[in-house]
Design a binder for this molecule. Sequence first.
Ligand code: PGA
Length: 249
Amino acid sequence: MRQKLAAGNWKMNGTGTALAELEILTQAHGHSGAQILICPPATLLAPAAQITKTTAIALGGQDCHAAASGAHTGDISAEMLKDAGATAVILGHSERRADHGETSDMVCAKTSATWHAGLTAVVCLGETLDQREAGETLAVIGSQLAASLPDGASGSNTVIAYEPVWAIGTGKVPTLEQIAEVHDFLRAELSTRLGAETANAIRLLYGGSVKPGNAAEIFATSNVDGALVGGASLKASDFSPIIAALEAS
Ligand code: PGA
């Protein structure tokens, strides 16, 4: 059985005062049945780790460099994220792909680095609206998956997040049929590459405008093992009912 996962991506939001939200979440869900992963800005990882340390809530980074250390001004390695308290790293988010020109080959190298540091990679994939309207969704997702994932993926080192670019931060959500089509496709592609047993152990998250009001129906969708949540993870009062919906699913 895959453990359900509610992941929150704070993006470039939050200074020290935002940790009050993590305190509330920790009190309510510190020993939750679902796994909870919060990915705050890297500047907040160390103080966040103090808040979550005696709980089951895990912390993650939002990106890392492919190298462990070196002359890369402004970058952060997976080892550094681990040292600050992270157990996972979001990689290949569409905002990184768009803002920083990250290719799937770069995501692949970062995924290897993440595994090397002993962290779980949350690898993001998603089509643009143009690609969806051109009927290219599965082709795009298939090629992103193939190129972003190094050999050696397993249920413990990898989570895949399907995040349609046009659904992120827009309030637009694919139909449940569209989500199921992509998640079933991802499971089948993973199975072809890794074998059914390994493929069945890898969690597949949906991300893009997940809110308290739509979470339950998304979690009831085929091959959806949880969510990667942006805006609605910033406030405990929004994220908490999403966690509750996941636990009830
Ligand atoms: P959103 O972002 O929930 O604000 O749409 C999701 C994400 O980018 O991970």
